[in-house]
Design a protein around this ligand. Structure first.
Ligand code: NI
Length: 225
């Protein structure tokens, strides 16, 4: 894909004009799909006048480091995060469709494989292991940072914090138009910050994967057909 030349990024299988069955398709299980295929012409008309609101929507997630510290500015912590994302999605049955790791925040597009899901479980499974590893590392290496990342809880207790308190920002993606735009938005993050000139120069996002590279830190799930 001609990402580096400034062409808009679109998920594999999305038509060049930006219209496709992608997110519509993603709503249905593999058991429902044969029947859905026959209904496609009808559904195509239907989806233009309906906002999708069922479980199974893709989610656009954003979460940040404690106090906006740039705790993700090193490959070491980025690698921890990528490993945590990979393990969490397998364990809790989520697909990952796009991501970017910025120095102090993360964007992800994920989609539950099951109709019943709890996004807070996924978030915990992503954030917790990173926090544990960071704490172990900093206990050995930096008393200063241990101090900075110590938070006074509402109950008065002290706790180590890698991530900003709370779940971050979660937005359902119900229209395929917004899905493509959000993937582009995610990949453009490091460019807007002037960390790189082109999205594909940033190793810690899915931009390279969408560009066809497979030797990347985190493989995207191929379910966005
Ligand atoms: Ni951002």
């Amino acid at each position: 894909m001609a990402f580096a030349r400034g062409a808009p990024v679109r998920p594999p299988g999305m038509a060049a004009n930006g219209r496709s069955h992608a997110t519509l398709w993603a709503h249905f299980s593999r058991f429902e799909r044969p029947a859905i295929l026959q209904l496609m012409p009808v559904l195509q008309k239907y989806k233009t006048c309906k906002r999708w609101n069922e479980p199974g929507d893709a989610h656009f997630l954003t979460f940040s480091c404690f106090h906006g510290y740039q705790l993700l500015s090193r490959d070491r912590t980025r690698q921890w995060l990528v490993e945590a994302i990979d393990r969490a999605r397998r364990r809790h049955a989520w697909d990952v469709w796009a991501y970017v790791i910025m120095p102090e925040h993360v964007h992800l597009i994920v989609r539950p494989q099951n109709a019943i899901y709890d996004i807070s479980v996924l978030l915990k499974a992503i954030k917790w292991p990173v926090s544990i590893r960071a704490r172990k590392y900093l206990e050995r290496t930096s008393r200063e940072w241990m101090k900075r990342l110590t938070d006074v809880q509402p109950n008065g207790e002290f706790s180590f914090r890698f991530w900003q308190r709370g779940g971050g920002f979660d937005r359902n993606i119900r229209q395929e138009r917004s899905l493509g735009a959000m993937i582009e938005y995610i990949h453009a993050n490091p460019v807007r910050r002037e960390l790189v000139r082109e999205p594909c120069e940033w190793a810690w996002s899915s931009a390279r994967w969408y560009d066809g590279e497979r030797d990347v830190p985190l493989q995207m799930d191929d379910t966005l057909i």
